[in-house]
Every structure is written in C-alpha cells, then in structure tokens.
Design a protein around this ligand. Structure first.
Ligand code: 2AM
Length: 187
C-alpha cells in the first residue's frame, strides 16, 4: 500500500486557506487544484509498503511520535517547486515548530526506512501544503499567483498528532488515515 506520514491541520485553519485560495482558482485554469479535503502537511512519503511491514512500521511511528512535543504552527507565505517561473507544484508555507518539526520529519522517515519502506527522499525537508499542480509538463510561470499567496498569514494552530496515511490513486486521489498517534513528548 502507498503510505505517507503527515500532520492533519484542523478544519478552521484549512477553511482560512480555502478562503484565500478560492479567489485564484478560476484565474488559473492550467493548474489542477488539490481538493481541500485532501490537504495535509506531509512529514515523510514512504512509497509502496508491503502489508507485512505494517505492524513494525506502526510500532516505530508510535515510538517516534511519543518523543516529540505538540507544536504551534501557522500557514504563512507561499512558493512553488522547483521555481515560481517553471512551477510544477504551488504551495503554502508553514511557520513555527522550529527544529522540532524537521526532527520529527527525519524521525518518521527513519522509522519508515527501518520498517522496510522503500522510498527515501534525498531532498531537504521543506514543510508545505500543496495547493495545486501544473497541468503543463514543462511547468508554468506562477510568479503573480505566488506573489499574492505570499501575503497569506493564517491563524496559528496546534499540531498534536502524527497520522499514517494511505493514498488511493485514481482520477480523484483519496487519502485515508490508517493510524494516528499523539505527539506526547515534553517541551
Ligand atoms: P506534495 O504535497 O509535495 O505533493 C502524498 O502523495 C503526499 O506525499 C503528498 O503530500 C506528497 O507531497 C508527498 N510526497 C513526497 N514525495 C512524494 C513522491 N515521490 N511521490 C508522491 N508523493 C510524494
């Protein structure tokens, strides 16, 4: 099964984002916008994981989550991968969490590897909320869109749990929570 590990922002925080994004959807027909009900903050993508690896993975993720404290995060700023001029992905930035967020991301990625997950992301961790993907293969110049989205500054929210998510690919991608563990470490 295709798995990733993520934080799941509360509905209020996502509703704010939806309000800001709505204004731009019609103006950018060459972007495929992610449905708000699929929005999440990926900590680590694990790839295709065999069912037999699941019990070990869950044990390791529970342990990792237990070592880190809850964090206060906020959606703030925006950007595009690989660049605003040739964007494949348009995203909203995440502020807060400082070192804890990237250490948590590294820990859950390591938990995945040790449990036998095949995918290893070589890129440095860059927390983001994917809003849209470009239809053209060569990417799209989204500089004005990113310029406007950069103004976005959401209300801070509490990240207090780690979610193991399964992704069902298809014409309409669907994500399902397989398991969830509280961030139970001390500040
Ligand atoms: P993205 O938000 O930048 O698209 C489920 O696919 C989640 O895992 C998405 O949030 C996606 O990131 C992330 N992810 C990271 N690396 C991936 C990869 N190689 N293939 C698919 N998804 C990946």
């Amino acid at each position: 099964m295709r798995l990733f590990v993520a934080l799941s922002p509360p509905q209020e925080a996502l509703a704010e984002v939806a309000g800001a994004v709505e204004l731009h959807v019609e103006g950018w027909p060459e972007l495929r916008w992610a449905a708000p009900e699929t929005w999440h903050l990926t900590l680590a993508f694990l790839g295709e994981v065999p069912e037999t690896a699941l019990p070990g993975l869950k044990t390791r993720l529970a342990r990792a989550a237990g070592r880190y404290p809850p964090m206060t995060l906020a959606f703030r700023g925006a950007g595009a991968f690989p660049s605003a001029r040739r964007a494949r992905v348009v995203w909203l930035g995440v502020e807060g969490g400082d070192a804890v967020l990237s250490r948590l991301a590294a820990s859950v990625a390591a938990a995945g590897r040790r449990a036998g997950a095949p995918y290893e992301d070589k890129k440095p961790y860059h927390p983001h909320l994917t809003l849209a993907r470009a239809r053209p293969k060569e990417g799209l110049d989204v500089t004005p869109l990113v310029g406007e989205l950069k103004e976005f500054a959401g209300t801070p929210w509490r990240a207090d749990a780690v979610h193991l998510m399964r992704s069902h690919l298809g014409r309409k991608v669907r994500y399902e929570t397989v398991a969830c563990w509280p961030l139970a470490g001390r500040d």
